[in-house]
Design a protein around this ligand. Sequence first.
Ligand code: SF4
Length: 331
Amino acid sequence: MSTPLLEVRNLARHFPAGERSWSGAPRQVLKAVDGVSFDLERGESLGLVGESGCGKSTLARTIVGLYPATSGTVRFEGTELTSLSRSAWRPYRRRIQMIFQDPYASLDPRQTVAQILDEPLRLFGMGRRRERRLRALALLDAVGLNPRHVNRYPHEFSGGQRQRIGIARALAGEPDLIVCDEPVSALDVSIQAQVINLLAELRERFGLAYLFIAHDLAVVRHLCERIAVMYLGRVVEVAGREALFRSPAHPYTQALLSAIPHPDPEVERTRERIVLTGDVPSPLAPPTGCTFHPRCPHRGAVPGNRCATEPPVLLTDAEGRQRACHLEPGS
Ligand code: SF4
C-alpha cells in the first residue's frame, strides 16, 4: 500500500487554562483536541464535521503547524511534521495551505490583490517579478475573478469574492493539500454553493486533497467522499459519504443528520427528529467514559454503565467504517 498524503495519529492539543498553582503548573487543562487519528489520500476530500467548540479549528491549526501539538504525530508523505524546526517546515508550507473562515479578517486591507498574491509567490521563490505578475493574473482567472481587478483592495470586493481571493492565495504555491477551515460559514447561503462548486472544480483541475471543516453536514455532502464526525475533541465516526448519510452508525451522527431538513415537505412533516438534550459539555471538564454519554439517547442500552466509565475506542469494521461506541453494531 502507498503512503497516505496525510497521516494523523493520536493528535492532541491541550491548552493551559485558569489559575496556576504555587508551582506554576496550570490548575486546569482544556483538551481541545484529544487523540485524533485519520488518513487522507492524495486527491481525496475528507469532511470533518462537528458542532462549534468541538475542536475542529484547533485540529486544523495543529495540522498546519500554527499550534504546536501536545502529543501525537502528523505525517505528510511519511515525514513527521510536529517535530520539525521552522526552517525544516518551509517546503511543507508551500505544499500544505489553509483557507480561513473569515474572508474579511484573513486578507490585509492595506494590500492590493496583486500584493496579496505576490507574497506567497515571492516567499516560495516562484519566478521573477513579471512571471509572478502573470501567475497572479492566472490565479484570479482560475478562481473566477476578473484579472483586471488585480490592483483593487479587499474592501472593493464582496464577501464571496474575498473568499475567492483567499482561495487564489492558497493556490499560489501549487499545494497538494488545502485545509479549508469553515470557508463558507461566513457567506450568504446563495454564495456558499458557488464557492463549494469552485472548490470542487479546482480540486478536479489541480488534483488537490482537501481537509474540509464544517459544522454543517449538508455543506460537506457535495464536496467530500469521506466524512469524519468530531465530538468534544475526538473523532466518533468516519465513513464514506453514501454510507454515512444512508445509515449513520454513531448516535451523535444520527442526531446531526436528523437535524438536516428534507427537501420533500411530505417527508419532512413525518420524519423523526432526534433532539439532543443539554449543551455540549465544556472541554475543561469533559464527562467521564464516552464524552457523549450525558446527551446520548442510547446510553441505557449498553449494559454495566460502560458509557459513563469507559471511553469507547474508534474501531474499524470489515467495510472500513470507523465508530467509537459501546453499542453493538446495528442495534
Ligand atoms: Fe451513546 Fe454509549 Fe455509544 Fe457513547 S458509547 S455514543 S453513550 S451508546
